[in-house]
Design a protein around this ligand. Structure first.
Ligand SMILES: [Zn+2]
Ligand SMILES: [Zn+2]
Length: 889
């Protein structure tokens, strides 16, 4: 029963076959060099952390990128589609502790396992450009960049308050603290500690990073908003309040200098240096300040100092308003942060919510200095809007807030007690980590102090500073590298004295800040990458990943690109032109997690339904930007659908194959085909009958109806109702829809649905196809195009059927089909319109229009409007597809 065997879609066999073929062709997915005359397209999915197992979220992410890459290959682009490994990081160390496996070994074996999974899924990556960040050939360039930044003053070391995750036993960047907890340990509160740290001066680019967002119109608005808020620009004024009986000054930052005559106190952060001085002479104050500081520390750890219950203490000291010499009390308050602005504010209770609350609590004077311009009723305090005029403000009375801000700023500058100032919420990037599995920071400390107390940079020719492999990982605190004498003890390159190496390693976000440049020149041993190659490929045309990277990786890499630009390595300001953030894959309404027991393994799905069905389901089940609730029934359904495609195509493949020469004429879908061409078509067809017969037999298509009745003639083109015209119309509509979606909307779920509808129509026409009522060239067009449309979503089946249809070369480089708008156009039907039973007009509407559309067309008709003008249309009766009756009185 050869037939029955053939009629069973066997994804395992098909995919096995193509995996072997593709493995034998390592250049299949290779990009062409920059000299290529094709337009370039760089599509990239965010590189994974090598945990050892792909999860469904990965599969979805990579399937989207892979579909896009395949479609762009078919459209004739020179496509770069690489993959790599974000291979440094804590889990490797934790695994080492648990299983006693060295982190390197653990990581590399995980990479091998995940790479196998990716290959099995048929993802089209150019593995020749693979990047593994934990290998010295990559991380040496992290060190090289660090040194370049050090030379430019973009790297510095200082003691600072840091976020410390007790679980990770290391420092976290601000970006890695989420609601007061560690980004890796959602239930672990982050503590504050004081440590000497290395920082990258990302704030030097704060304004540029903010301005650049305006041009990133290919990025989701929510990501741009998150970055804007994270950078947090405030325009304002810095003003020095004098300190009574002292030459000291208190510099405050305010965004509302126009309200300064309403300042009734100055408030300092508990850590403000003056507070320490005051407290030195006042034991009671000292204790109170310690309490405030403790409250602030707890609030910081809880992640929201803004929500703190506001407490303060009066210091008994007074400050002097520089504009009028007024004496105002100095307070210390728990909600003022030392690392925002200057760590000191002027408190204007009449015009600020927070100051109002504080003043009411402690009985501090509330003095109105801004009056609303029009509606006096709005004068209820606090009045925080800026559309007012100044009162109780001496020489500035009557000015608008905006005018007053300018004037007061100018006075401050002239009299040298202040200046206009822009401040940012963004802080410098703390990159020191007290962990082992990361890039060693290429600095050392000379024991002869030949550079004073400062660090000494490792010279370029001593790079890379290699991470030692044999190391005992413990959680004793401090960097594990500090306990490896062969690493720590070295020689000062400046003076030859004994020296100690820096034992902190770099935040792994350093690795991912520039990895996508390395893909363009992954084997370069002399430079991080070749500038010309980067210039050709950058910016990335489409980047795809999770929104959780909106303010970590996606800000760091924008900074890194600018830093490299200023080193002369790249010319682009931005690394990524278009960004897409896909939704999560969930199960039973919840994030997949081991603890919930709702994890769906990609391997399982692939084993049961094949890679094609697994991938295609990821497209079908939800729009790519939404969360996808994984339903195994759905995967089974997609697998059955692919089976139908396979059966349909193999069943009629012989017809399509026999028209293979004519297809050259069909290419481009030229509807203006001449009589002459038609003759050629027919002649070619009849001259190949013998050959066809052989091919047919060779493929064991022995059903009689398949061989008979195929005249090979094209169906009459003008007849819109013919099966050919109907099927081609559906086909060309489907091409148009999918092409448009790839270009913009990315509603891939509806693309898959459209392919399913097309297949339904083809199946409905099965008898006509079998009976030869559709010409062979049209059958060929229908089936080959169906396969081309499937190719981005189900690459294995597409490759199989492409071969089955006699397609030349790899389907990956077959031209993407073009939709012919003429063929795609819906045909119209004529519908008579009667008024009170009398035929009045005939309207044309698209076939299949619903009652609403027909009614609108009827009422819009000129004759109908003339006959109903001034009258009452009492009733409209629509018989869809037939007639419209109006009852007019
Ligand atoms: Zn942690
Ligand atoms: Zn030295």
């Amino acid at each position: 029963m050869a037939d029955e065997k053939e009629l069973r879609y066997d994804p395992a066999a098909i995919e096995e076959k193509w995996l072997k073929r593709w493995a034998a062709d390592p250049k299949l997915y290779a990009a062409e060099p920059a000299e290529s005359n094709k337009p370039k397209y760089y599509v990239l999915e965010m590189l994974p952390y090598p945990s050892g197992q792909l999860h469904m979220g990965h599969v979805r992410n990579y399937a989207i990128g892979d579909a896009l890459a395949r479609q762009m290959w078919m459209r004739g682009y020179n496509v770069l589609h690489p993959m790599g490994w974000d291979a440094f990081g804590l889990p490797a160390e934790n695994a080492a502790l648990k299983n006693n496996t060295p982190p390197r070994e653990w990581t590399l074996s995980n990479i091998a396992a995940m790479k196998r999974q990716m290959l099995r899924l048929g993802l089209g990556y150019d593995w020749a450009t693979e990047v593994t960040t934990c290998l010295p050939d990559y991380y040496r360039w992290n060190q090289w960049f660090f040194l370049r930044m050090y030379e430019k003053g973009l790297v510095y070391r200082k003691k600072s308050k840091v976020n410390w995750c007790p679980e990770c036993a290391t420092v976290l960047a601000n970006e890695q603290v989420v609601n007061g907890c560690c980004w890796r340990h959602e239930e672990t509160r982050v503590e504050q500690r004081d440590l000497e740290q290395w920082f990258l001066r990302i704030t030097a680019y704060a304004q540029e990073l903010l301005d650049g967002l305006e041009k990133l119109d290919g990025w989701p608005e929510k990501v741009r908003t998150m970055q804007r808020n994270w950078i947090g620009r405030s325009e304002g004024t810095e003003v020095d309040f004098g300190l009574e009986r002292s030459t000291d000054k208190i510099r405050v930052f305010t965004t509302r200098v126009d309200t300064i005559f309403g300042a009734t106190s100055v408030q300092l952060a508990p850590e403000h240096p003056l507070v320490a001085a005051f407290a030195e002479a006042d034991a009671k104050l000292k204790a109170q300040v310690a309490e405030l500081l403790e409250e602030q520390r707890k609030a910081r750890e809880a992640g929201d100092v803004g929500a703190i219950e506001k407490h303060g203490v009066a210091t008994g000291r007074f400050a002097l308003n520089p504009y009028n010499g007024e004496r105002v009390p100095i307070w210390v308050a728990n909600y003022i942060l030392m690392d925002y602005g200057t760590g000191a504010i002027m408190s204007v209770p009449a015009h600020d919510e927070r100051d109002f609350e504080f003043a009411n609590k402690y009985g501090i004077e509330i003095r109105q200095v801004i009056r609303p311009v029009q509606d006096e009723n709005r004068a209820k305090l606090p009045f925080c809007a800026e559309d007012g005029v100044l009162v109780n403000s001496g020489a500035y009375n009557g000015l608008t807030c905006a005018e007053a801000q300018k004037r007061l700023q100018k006075v401050a500058a002239q009299q040298e007690f202040g200046e206009a100032k822009v401040i940012f919420r963004l802080k410098d990037w703390g990159v020191s980590r007290q962990r082992y599995w990361g890039t060693p920071i290429p600095m050392l400390y000379c024991l002869s102090h030949c550079e004073g107390d400062g660090p000494v940079a490792v010279p370029d020719d001593q790079l890379p500073v290699i991470l030692p492999e044999k190391i005992e990982i413990t959680q004793q605190g401090g960097s594990p590298l500090g306990r490896v004498p062969s690493f720590v003890n070295t020689t000062c390159p400046k003076c030859g004295s004994p020296a100690r190496r820096e034992t902190d390693t770099m935040d792994t976000f350093v690795d991912s800040s520039w990895y996508f440049y390395r893909y363009t020149d992954a084997k370069n041993a002399k430079a991080p990458f070749d500038s010309a190659a980067a210039q050709y490929w950058f910016p990335i045309d489409q980047y795809i990943g999770g929104v959780e990277h909106a303010i970590l990786h996606l800000i760091y890499s924008r900074f890194w690109t600018r830093m490299m630009r200023d080193l002369g390595l790249v010319k682009n300001d931005e690394p990524v032109r278009r960004l897409f953030t896909q939704g999560m894959v969930i199960k039973d309404g919840a994030k997949m997690s081991k603890s919930k027991g709702n994890v769906v393994s990609p391997d399982d799905m692939v084993a049961r339904y094949g890679a094609d069905a697994t991938r295609m389901y990821a497209f079908f089940a939800a729009p790519p930007d939404r969360d996808l609730d994984w339903q195994e029934d759905g995967v089974a359904g997609v697998s059955r659908f692919l089976g139908r495609v396979w059966r349909l195509t193999t069943k009629h493949a012989a017809q399509a194959r026999s028209a293979s020469i004519e297809n050259d004429v069909l290419k481009g879908h030229d509807s203006s085909r001449t009589e002459e061409q038609m003759t050629v078509l027919k002649e070619n067809d009849s001259s190949r009958t013998e050959e066809q017969e052989t091919v047919l037999k060779g493929h064991d298509f022995s059903r009689a109806e398949e061989r008979e009745g195929n005249s090979g003639a094209l169906a009459p083109e003008g007849n819109l109702a013919s099966p050919s015209a109907k099927l081609r119309r559906k086909l060309h509509q489907t091409i148009a829809k999918i092409t448009q979606d790839f270009e913009g909307r990315w509603h891939f779920n509806t693309c898959v649905a459209a392919i399913m509808e097309l297949v339904n129509e083809l199946q409905d026409a099965d008898a006509q196809l079998a009976a030869g009522e559709v010409s062979k060239p049209v059958v060929r067009e229908l089936l080959t195009t169906l396969v081309l449309l499937l190719a981005p979503f189900a690459p294995f089946l597409a490759a199989e059927l492409w071969e089955e249809l006699g397609g030349e070369g790899s389907v990956l480089h077959a031209p993407w089909p073009k939709s012919d708008p003429e063929l795609a156009r819906e045909d119209e039907i004529e519908i008579p319109v009667q008024i009170n039973g009398k035929l009045t007009a005939v309207v044309r509407v698209a076939a299949g229009s619903d009652a609403k559309v027909i009614e609108t067309a009827a009422l819009a008709n000129e004759k109908v409007r003339a006959r109903t003008a001034g009258k009452n249309v009492a009733k409209v009766i629509v018989v869809p597809g037939r007639a419209v009756n109006l009852v007019v009185k």
